[in-house]
Design a binder for this molecule. Structure first.
Ligand code: NDP
Length: 328
């Protein structure tokens, strides 16, 4: 029998956590034959609700679930962790300046990075979901000098999935026919969903769409502002789709991308496509044998260049701000 994989989820008592944990425990994160042990990390106020969720997890009698531990101590939460999903974060509240937001999150992600550094398993893989995800990932990474930098990633898979869905709706294609879509840059309103290299049933997506106005004025803003549209409609922020994307991100990272396709992940830049080294930015990546690689050699047209540069500029500003705050 296989040794269980230790999966740590922070913010486990939140909305996304609630949608995420049952799917991890039922085998969707790593595979239908991979047993898991869950560690739920919460702040003290969240512990009781996390216990309630753990009771429900018990009540599902998931065959793959080999244990649940609940804690508010990051050193315990990340002890032996193979996969860490950092969901809990300090949301931006009304009137909050960017500096306040970044420093509040620094107070969460810096100690978590250190606890990962000191306690996690050698093969630890980290996905940051809590916003501002890219920069929170950078903060955690900087606090974990003994962990290979590439193990810290940020989620842009929900943006990726949203873009596929919008493109399918526009063209009448099946989502499964859409390949090679890319989200570039920051998981924020400046993100750039790129269809110029995407394919719809083997044909170039930009040529199939053939509607530059739709691309600039409908597609890009719809994808970038989808979160706000969901809040408006549901009266609560997206949770199940965010959890689903987190599952997809880790599943693809561990189990690989399909032949001829790629995905989008926020990862430390190696300088590819003019993105300054070290920024955690979204790129087109292929995954194989548990490792990801940036897709190289794509031709970036002027329309794309301007948008990638704007989002990367925002990431550079966030990095400068957390440097000034002494968080990295
Ligand atoms: P959610 O579970 O709804 O969201 C958690 C985080 O995910 C937020 O930062 C949110 O950012 C982010 N996020 C990223 N992508 C999306 C998306 N597409 N849609 C929605 N959210 C997205 O928040 P809750 O308030 O329900 O729960 C947070 C939990 O985290 C609480 O239980 C709290 O106690 C816990 N927490 C735990 C910490 C810890 O373990 N140390 C630290 C801080 C909080 P955004 O706000 O920008 O939408």
């Amino acid at each position: 029998t296989r040794t269980p994989v230790n999966v740590t989820v922070t913010g486990a008592a939140g909305q996304i956590g609630y949608a995420l944990l049952f799917r991890i425990a039922s085998g969707h994160l790593l595979g239908a034959d991979v047993p898991v042990k869950l560690r739920l990390l919460e702040i003290p106020q969240g512990l009781k609700a996390a216990e309630g969720t753990a009771m429900e997890l018990d009540d599902c009698a998931f065959p793959l679930l080999k244990g649940i531990e609940i804690t508010d101590d990051p050193n315990v939460g990340f002890d032996g962790a193979n996969v860490a999903l950092l969901v809990g974060a300090r949301p931006r509240t009304k009137g909050m300046e960017r500096g306040d937001l970044l420093s509040a999150n620094g107070g969460i992600f810096k100690p978590q990075g250190k606890a990962i550094n000191d306690n996690a398993a050698d093969d630890i893989r980290v996905l940051v979901v809590g916003n501002p995800a890219n920069t929170n990932a950078l903060i955690a990474q900087a606090a974990a000098p003994d962990v290979p930098a590439e193990r810290f990633t940020a989620m842009t898979r929900l943006d990726h999935n949203r873009a596929i869905s919008q493109l399918a709706a526009k063209t009448g294609a099946a989502v499964s026919d859409i390949k090679r879509l890319t989200i570039w840059g920051n998981h924020s309103a400046t993100q750039y969903p790129d269809i110029f290299h995407a394919e719809i049933a083997g044909k170039n997506a930009a040529e199939v769409v053939n509607d530059q106005a739709w691309l600039a004025d409908t597609f890009i803003p719809t994808v970038a502002k989808r979160g706000a549209a969901i809040i408006e409609a549901r009266g609560a922020s997206s949770a199940a789709s965010a959890a689903n994307a987190a599952i997809d991100h880790v599943h693809t990272w561990v189990n690989g991308t399909a032949e001829g396709d790629w995905t989008s992940m926020g990862i430390p830049s190696d300088g590819s496509y003019g993105v300054p080294e070290g920024l955690i930015s979204s790129f087109p990546v292929t995954c194989k044998d548990g490792k990801y690689e940036i897709v190289q050699g794509l031709d970036i047209n002027e329309f794309s260049r301007t948008r990638i540069d704007a989002s990367v500029q925002e990431l550079a500003e966030e990095r400068a701000a957390v440097r000034d705050l002494g968080l990295i």
